[in-house]
Write a protein that binds this ligand. Structure first.
Ligand SMILES: [Zn+2]
Length: 323
């Protein structure tokens, strides 16, 4: 996509208009957004980091989705336009994408940016699109879940965008101890030292510098032979204070933690971490899990799905010496 195409991406005002129009004609979705205002949340602290638990029963569709190859191949893809509900509106979003309102929200404004063609979830060719979307959707944080890292439609390329500032890492990282790993032009790559999941941050004032540094970083992360790309989640947001961008990269191992499939019901916790969860907003669709989750459970969940810090540092060791 060229820079001209990026300037034709929907603005925040376009997205706001779509949201209003969509809720006016789709009562079930409007009701879920109204209910979201009253759902239960509470805060916990892990290491030196704040997390917010959100009890969100409507998200069972995503958290409980079967993501094995066989199940994915058999189900009608809910992101393909031919299978979407007749009431779901779509706004053109650059040449190959459409902007939709997410009918199962975790944010007061929650969008999905969907490729027009049914094609696998891949980040490498779309890093700059992710950053450009973050610049255009000024009130949103844009995110990406890798096909084996929380995406419930790994077979259909998509991003999401949600109301900015509701994931604790977005502001909290500024108080974290961090370590500078690499720079490219105006962009810096930092590793945060006090989160229970490995967290990299790219800060920049120029989109193309961030694009280069982020792409170089992703290309160096461990790649399992069965996967098409390194396992990861991404969050990207624009910063009104300096016009720059902040990107959070969470390198991953497992798609879901061991507690997801625990044989005994009392040990089972239905949580399927994606970008929001890694960013500190842990989505729990079952009330029993919301009530019983302990700090030790949360630590284990992140230890199960996050690439260990040393493995991350080892994979990136060449970055500094190859500017
Ligand atoms: Zn599809």
């Amino acid at each position: 996509m060229t820079s001209e195409a990026f300037s034709s991406l929907p603005s925040q005002a376009d997205a706001d208009r779509l949201f209003e129009e969509q809720l006016a004609v789709w009562p079930e979705t409007r009701q879920r957004y109204e209910e979201l205002a009253h759902i239960r949340t509470h805060d916990i602290r892990l290491e030196k980091t704040d997390f917010r638990l959100q009890f969100n029963p409507a998200r069972i569709r995503s958290t409980g989705a079967k993501v094995d190859e066989h199940s994915i191949a058999r189900r009608p893809c809910f992101l393909c336009s031919s299978n979407r509900p007749a009431k779901q509106l779509a706004l053109p979003c650059g040449p190959g994408f459409e902007l939709l309102v997410n009918p199962f929200p975790i944010f007061p404004r929650h969008y999905t940016i969907v490729a027009r063609r049914h094609m696998p979830q891949r980040i490498a060719p779309y890093v700059e699109l992710l950053l450009a979307l973050a610049e255009r959707l000024t009130h949103c944080t844009v995110f990406y879940n890798g096909p084996a890292s929380g995406a419930s439609a790994p077979d259909h390329l998509h991003f999401q965008a949600g109301t900015k500032g509701l994931m604790p890492v977005e502001e909290g990282w500024k108080h974290s101890e961090n370590q500078l790993l690499a720079t490219r032009g105006t962009a810096s790559l930092l590793l945060l030292n006090d989160r229970p999941c490995t967290t990299l941050v790219v800060r920049c004032s120029q989109r193309d510098d961030a694009c280069t540094l982020l792409s170089d970083t992703i290309a160096r992360l461990p790649l399992s032979p069965s996967d098409g790309e390194p396992r990861l989640n991404l969050l990207a947001r624009s910063e009104p204070a300096d016009g720059g961008l902040t990107v959070f990269l969470f390198p991953r191992t497992r798609h879901r933690p061991t507690c997801y499939t625990a044989p005994e019901e009392e040990h089972r916790i239905l949580v399927s971490p994606g970008a929001a969860d890694m960013g500190g907003l842990l989505i729990l669709p079952r009330e029993e899990d919301y009530l019983k989750l302990t700090l030790a459970d949360a630590e284990r969940i992140f230890a199960d799905v996050s690439l260990p810090r040393q493995a991350c540092l080892d994979s990136l060791s060449g970055l500094l010496s190859h500017p």
